[in-house]
Structure formats: structure tokens, C-alpha cells
Design a protein around this ligand. Sequence first.
Ligand code: PHE
Length: 462
Amino acid sequence: MAQAKREQWGSKIGFILAAAGSAIGLGNIWKFPYITGQYGGAAFILIYLICTAIIGLPVLMAEVLIGRTTQKNPVGAFKKLSEGSKFWTAIGGMGVAAGFIILSYYAVVAGWALGYIYQAASGVFYEFSKPEVAGQYFNSLISDTVWNVGYFVLFMALTMGVVYSGVKNGIERGSKIMMPVLFLLLIILVIRGVTLEGASAGIKYFLHPDWSHVTGEAILAAMGQSFFTLSLGMGAMLTYGSYMSRKENLPSSAVSIVTLDTLIALLAGLAIFTGVFATGLSPKAGPGLIFHTLPVVFTKMPGGYAFSILFFVLLTIAALTSSISLLEVITAYFIDEKGWSRHRAVIVFGGLTTLFGLPSAFSYNLMGDFRIFGLNFFDSVDFLAANILLPVGGFFISVFVAYYWGYKKALPALRDGAENLFEKYPWVITGWKILLKYFAPVLIFLVFLNSIGILKLIADIL
Ligand code: PHE
């Protein structure tokens, strides 16, 4: 029996919005501002921008290219291009596994964001005079099993609902609605932020680099961040690329995705830092910045009640357009390789991911004492995925395209739909080749060594 025709995006903008939706997530609105705060503001941002241009963009192009060329999920794609090599097929498999793992804890944090829409609406933030009080309140919520698991399951159900409806009717349609809303909400929040009295200190923090904070560690953190925020290293962009037509200009789409992702991170940072500085709080709160510091910021700003609700709606939408890309990787694998129906794949693996996410959700109460190498379950899976699986995946993706599959085959595939670019701006393509071959693997490898602590060990010995 002939297989049902594989789905495709309905339009170029549909692909760009879906892929930008995958990229724009908790990484932009939660993580980017707090690590920027930890590493000294503008100087860190500058390094982050450079990393995004020299590693993020070339690896993104490589991933989308593998997907578009094979029109398959990560496993099928590597299998096809390597003509059945077990090693490369396993690299694809690692991506699918990473999708499963990341989704399981990503959706827990997303559930907190979803729950905070209600908390913001309830007006409880007005009881917080200091970030410490807001922090205690946050801790009490995430150690409340019903609250924590309830919103986690609800968020997973939303994710499954979108993916269940298909590539065009679910993911593309959802992204076309959610991304403009996200953009609008963010603009509103930025305008609120920069018009606050005392906002200029936040803007200055954003524009005046303080180089004293820029250490080797900050550079590696910037690289890791540009990688995570672009959803690279596990085949999400590969899978989205597999629904893209060969007539589309791939490099130009990749530039649009990177630009949107970067713009949103910068705007989110601007909205948050103007608020934090205008209310005299510290930008260095770390991972708790959004849940400990921001609620207090909102109570101190005019109109804070409404803006606090909008903010958590924004955060939830951003997380949702990312979580659907994670579930889509797993779904595409079971459809392509195992012949499952989309509905079956979504229900079975959405359900299994939810089950696997429970220990992450329980990490702050029932399983609070559980430790793997000193980390609780949540932090362990986050470490495994973000610090090991993604950089390893990204390393092999760049090595695969630059060395194994090779430019002889990759370039004609990249050229489809981009003939004009190849003729008018050949240096763009040369630049991509060089970055992917010599820069990306080396730099990603360094990030990997750093995140598993080897660089620190070497530094200590020296
Ligand atoms: N890019 C997403 C974010 O910034 C996270 C993500 C990573 C999504 C990997 C898919 C794959 O939040």
C-alpha cells in the first residue's frame, strides 16, 4: 500500500513562524535574561550575538538542510544520507531521545508559567514586598503536588492537542496565531518597561558593556545559550525542515529564524531589566529571576496587575510553540519509521512523556531527597539534555554535513531555491562552509567539555 503523502507547510511564512516558535521559548524569556544578569549585561549580549552568528546560524542551516533533503525524521534522515550506517542512525536516535527527555521537564517549567497566569490574576503578587517573600511563595507552590502536577499535565495536554491536529492544521496554524500574539504582548511589555521612571538604568545595563564580568565561563555560557535557544542539536529544526519545500530559499529562512529569535530575546531582556532596575531590584537573581523578582517588580509598577498577567501569558505561549516542536520530533519518528498514525503516536508518546516528567515535577517535594551526582531528578535530566545530548548532537550534525555527507552533495541541495543567493553572494556560502567545518565542531566541543566540568578540572590542575 502506498504510504499516505507526507505533510508539508502551507507557506514559507508558516515554516518560519513555526521554526521561530520552536526557537523562541523559555530559553529566550526565562533563561536569556537571567544569565545576562549573571554575566554582566551588555558585554555578555555582545558575545552571545557573535556566537549566534558563527555557530548558531551555520548549524541551523545544516539541520534544516538534512531535513529538507531527506523529508524525514532525524533517524530516517541520518539513515538515508549515510546509507544505513548504524552510527549515524544512532545519532538521529539520540535526537529523538533528547526530544523526549527535554519535553518531560520543559513542560514542568511551562506548567509553572501557566499556573502563574492564574496566580497573577488572583492578585496575590500584591502581598509580596520583597523578592524573598515571592520566592518563598513560589517554593511553596512548586512543592504542592496538586498545583505542580496539575499545571504540568494541563500544559502537556495543550501540547498534544496542537501536534495531534497535524503539521499544517495544528503546528502551522497554531504558530500563525500564537507568534503574532507573542510579539504584540512583548511590545506592550517593552513599552511599559522603558517608560517607567528610572528605566534608563536598565537600558544602560543593556547597552554599556562591563568587560570585567566576561570570563571564559561567560563565553561558553553564551555559546551554550545560542545553541539551546535555537533548538539545535536534537533534530527539532531538522524535522521542521523536513516539511519544507525545495523551492524555498533555505539560507534566507534560516536568517529570518535567527533574527526573530534574537530579537525576541533582546526585547524580553529589555522589558525585564527596565522593570528590575526601575524598581531598584537586582538583576542577578539567577534562575529565580522570573518567579521571585518579577512578581515584586509588577507590584511596584503602575498597571502592574494587568502587565503581570500578560507576561505569564507570553511566557506560556512561548513555551507552547517550543514544546510542540519537541513532541513533533518523536511523533514524526513513529510515523515515518514505525508506520504509526499521527494520533496514535501523539497519544502514546505524549502520555509516556507525561509519565516520565512526573519525577521532574516531584523533584521539589516527594522526591526532594533523591539525588544523582548531587542533583535532583529535574536538574539531572536538564543537565543530561542541555549539557550533554544537545552539544553532542550539534557536534555530530556539523561533522556529518561538513565531513561525512560532504559539501559535494550538500551544496547542490542547499542551492535548491537559493540560486540567486549562490550567484550574487557566493561569499555567504563560503562563509557557511568554513564556519561549519572549522568553527562549529571545535567550539561546540569546548562547550561540551566545559559543561561536564572537564575544562574546570584542567584549569585547576594547571
Ligand atoms: N529553543 C527552545 C527555547 O529557547 C528550547 C528547545 C530546545 C526547543 C531544543 C526544542 C529543542 O526555549
